[in-house]
Design a protein around this ligand. Structure first.
Ligand SMILES: Cc1ncc(COP(=O)(O)O)c(C=O)c1O
Length: 407
């Protein structure tokens, strides 16, 4: 049928029209969950006077010498691509830094610089997850891992960690969970969302057993400096005899308040790095160049800025523990690291529902436990990456509100 009189009077050759169809995404996209906190964040965006205890990034300013190094790099014209493995100066700085810290001989070929730990984890998991391969992760865990494994056809096996045990990972549970199909285990200490820091004995037992059985260990160590009570941090790099089956993944994001600068890395065997480097060229190609110069300044500069930031987080951790202990219906424990507290509501309470009501009625935004797994729907994640004043004000609102809830 002609669409207008003009079409009838002056017929034009018919243009081919394609039927508009919905975009057809790869089925693997179904493995990406709808973020559990979307409703909350959308609602918070429409509200005034919201106190966010939901933030997963440092609120403290990036140390000035790091910012200066970024600006200096820009001014010096460092705006091109770097080598695919990363800026040579940063590879050397990381090699020396980790070599010293864990008394481990590394070469530049053991390291790949990525766009944050997120890209590092993306590369590691997408390059290895496949049908028939099972990956063990804790429940709860950081929300990146399970979707990346499943997108690539891999199978996820959860090991629950429990609040009574301060969400420590029991190495015996891991050993029992390992089976015929187990390909890898992902460790994350200090842990997001639980704040648990695993002792050396846990990491050693797991790494040793995995080496014996040929199972890969991917260790997400982005919070490796944000530890409050332990003297020594147990990295896989200090527990593994060799790097044949371990990958250490980390970044500048948390330690140096550089989350938006997007620089992370993988440390692994030279053979693994060779493969990942190829894959990296086909994904982001290289990390942000001036940010890599900023990273060199972070690693080679005075580390007092890290000590100072850790003291601030420790003070906040202590304050939030006191405040949580004063809050009716919440049962907390002392998180040893990162900047999260993950207390429990009574077992039958839906944390998601409660968090939404709490936001509506008090203006305090936290993340419900079901954003991180299936077993902790009655938990809430409180981030203490915010000032002591904000923590006090948030609990001035939460405590009387909780007292009125009959749970
Ligand atoms: C456990 C964990 N791993 C990785 C990341 C991502 O870090 P990056 O900013 O380096 O990509 C985060 C960020 O919140 C995290 O909490």
């Amino acid at each position: 049928m002609p669409e207008s009189a003009a079409d009838t009077d002056n017929p034009q050759p018919r243009k081919v029209k394609y039927r508009k169809t919905k975009a057809r995404w790869h089925p693997s996209m179904q493995a990406i969950p709808v973020p559990g906190i979307r409703r909350m964040v959308n609602m918070a965006a429409t509200m005034k006077d919201v106190i966010h205890l939901s933030i997963g990034q440092p609120d403290l300013p990036t140390p000035q010498h790091i910012v200066d190094a970024y600006i200096d790099a820009l001014n010096a014209g460092q705006t091109g691509y770097t080598m695919d493995a990363g800026l040579p100066e940063l590879l050397v700085a990381l090699r020396d830094y980790y070599g010293r810290r864990y008394n481990r001989k590394l070469t530049r070929d053991n390291i790949l610089i990525t766009s944050g730990a997120t890209e590092a984890m993306y590369l590691a998991l997408s390059a290895t997850a496949a049908p028939g391969r099972q990956f063990i992760i804790t429940d709860p865990s950081f929300l990146l891992y399970a979707p990346l494994i499943r997108m690539n056809g891999g199978e996820v096996k959860f090991i629950p960690t429990h609040p009574e045990n301060h969400h420590q990972l029991d190495p015996d549970d891991v050993l029992k969970a390992i089976g015929e199909r187990t390909f890898a285990i992902i460790l994350n200490s200090p842990n997001n969302p639980t704040g648990a820091v695993y002792p050396r004995s846990t990491i050693e037992t797991i790494v040793e057993e995995c080496a014996y059985r040929g199972i890969q260990v991917y260790s997400d160590e982005v919070y490796d400096h944000l530890i409050f009570d332990d003297d020594e941090y147990a990295s896989v790099l200090s527990c593994a005899l060799d790097l044949d089956n371990v990958m250490c993944i980390s970044s500048f994001s948390k330690t140096y308040s550089m989350a938006g600068l997007r620089v992370g890395w993988v440390i692994a065997s030279q053979a693994a790095i060779k493969s990942l480097r190829r894959f990296h060229m086909f994904t982001t190609s290289v990390a942000n160049t001036p940010a890599q110069f900023a990273g060199v300044a972070a690693l080679t500069g005075d580390q007092q800025c890290v000590t100072d930031m850790v003291s601030i987080y420790r003070e906040r951790r202590d304050r939030i523990m006191t405040l949580i202990n004063q809050t009716p219906h919440l049962t907390g424990y002392k998180p040893g690291g990162a900047f999260f507290s993950f207390p429990n509501l009574p077992p039958h309470v839906d944390g998601s529902d409660l968090a939404l009501r709490m936001l509506q009625e008090t203006g305090v935004c936290v993340v419900p436990g079901d954003a991180f797994g299936e077993d902790t729907a009655n938990a809430l994640r409180f981030s203490f990456s915010t000032s002591l004043e904000n923590l006090d004000e948030a609990f001035d609102r939460i405590i009387p509100w909780m007292a009125k809830q009959s749970l």
